[in-house]
Structure formats: C-alpha cells, structure tokens
Design a binder for this molecule. Sequence first.
Ligand code: UDP
Ligand code: MG
Length: 309
Amino acid sequence: MKKISVIVPCYNEESTIELFHQAITKMWDEDAKLRDNYELELQFIDDGSKDKTYPILKELAKKDSKVHFASFSRNFGKEAAMFCGLRQCTGDAAVMIDADLQHPVETIKDMIDKWEEGYDIVEGVKSSRGKERKTHGLFANIFYKMISKMTGFDMKNSSDFKFLDRKVVDALDSFTEKETFFRALSFWTGFRNTTVEYEVQDRVAGNSKWSTKSLIKYAFRNITAFTFTPLYFIAVLGVIVMLVGLGLGIDAVISYLLGKAVGGYPSLVVLISLSTGAILLSLGIIAVYIAKMFQEIKNRPRYILQDKE
Ligand code: UDP
Ligand code: MG
C-alpha cells in the first residue's frame, strides 16, 4: 500500500481544522479505491498560531493515529510551514493543501491518478479565482504576470495546492536556502509535471490572513528571492538615464552652435532629480539583495519547533 502524506499549514485555524479533518477522512473512508490502495497520513503544521490551533491538533493526534503535527514557537510564515511539512512527511507522495477547504479535497483523487500515470508533480490550477477576485484579484494577476515573466515558468492561476512524488519532496527538502518560493521551486526541480483544474471554494470558516499590504510584500520578497531580474532592470534604467543625459547634452551643443542661450536651470533640475532618483532606486534594489545575502549567511534555522508528534 502506498502512503500519501497530506501537508496542511495552519495559522489561527481553530475554526477549520476539525472540518478539514472530517472532510478528508470522510472522503478516504467512502472511496473504496482510496481506502484500499492508499494509506493516509495527515501532517498539520501549526505556524505559531495564537488561537487554539495547537491544543486542537494535540487532541486530534491523540484520537486519530493518522494525524501528526509540528508546532512552531512563533509565526514563521506559510513558506516555512510548507517546508517543515516536507521534512516531516513520510509518504511515497505528499500533497500540500490549505486548511480552510478552499482547495477541494476531491481534487486529490485526480492528482493521484496523474501521479499513477507517471507524473512527479501535479499542480492544482485555479479554474476561477472564486471569492478572491473581489479583494485582490487584480493585484494577484499583475503579480503572476510579473513572476511568470521573470522566472520563465507559467505561474498564472498557480497555487500552493500541489501533489509531489517522494523524489520531489526529497529534492526540495535538500535545499539549504532559507528564502524559498515553493510555488516556483517545485517547477525548478525539473521533474515531469502536469496540472489538474480545481474550483476555488469559499473559506469554510475564519478569515484569510492576507492583507493587500502583506500580498505586496510577499510578491516583492518572492520576486527577489527567485530571480535577479530586478538587478538587470537597474542596468536598463542606467541606459535610459544615460540616453536622456545624452539628448540634453546634444541639445546644449546645438543651442550653443546656433548661438542661442542654453536653458540651464530647468534642464539641470530635471537631470539631477532624474539621476538621483535612478541612483537611489538602484541602490535600494542592490541593498535588498545584500540584505538577503546577509540573512542567508547567518544561516538561522527556517523555523523552530516547540512540539511535534
Ligand atoms: N498560513 C500559514 N501561515 C501564515 C499564513 C497562512 O500557515 O502565516 C496558512 C493558513 O492557515 C491556510 C493557508 O496558509 O491553511 C492559506 O492561508 P489563507 O487562507 O489565509 O490565504 P488565502 O487562501 O486567502 O490566500
Ligand atoms: Mg484560504
């Protein structure tokens, strides 16, 4: 019998964990094919929740031997929780899924079918953005357009809902970098991948932990964690500023030759503010990468566990 590990990052999910647990065990028990061929392992990762998530998980693990959990000492973020899940899981394959049932558990069946066909990575692709559209659909679209361009992987409608063969789990677990971007890194491993579509559901209970501000931070963090494109952007910016300067210079020479007075002050103001802006922006982008190097060099653990079972 093959074992499937279901990895569930949880941050303040006291209202959804039991519903999730019910939904997945019900599906497993009622589907003969699942029940007879695949053993289920549940790996809940409590990402330093401030509510009752941890005691609920502890209780659940006591009642149900399929349930395992790891609990962080504080909130380290979903990326850390996902990578902790990859380390903890023991299955022949693992599936990453949200606790709030926005990722329909039934889709796991389609993913297993694709896995049996020989694919190592099966990505859940949103067929619609569901409720999200209203809040941050536009922003999410821009972010995914940008990240697809910069990473060279098609990330549109991409999500963290992914099914990974043990090979991929081990490959991802072996990464030593601290700043990861799970969604793109799994493709980066290069294993055979395919997609299945799923309809994004409404959150069963509780609230999303994402504000638009945290999404923008997430986008910037991941773009700089995954690509050097912003650094190339600096070079392009330098060329543009140089061309503007050249244009103004030529204009000054022509004016001089024609015996016209050179318009000094306005062009100086434009040139100085343009180039200062460009320099500061460039320094800022370089600083971000230096800060990231600083962080990686410190080599702190990605998360700290306060309990696990
Ligand atoms: N999550 C987490 N750590 C965090 C934020 C979120 O582990 O710091 C988990 C959360 O419990 C949920 C999943 O990540 O299982 C997706 O979070 P959420 O539903 O808030 O995001 P959305 O669906 O709105 O993108
Ligand atoms: Mg959600």
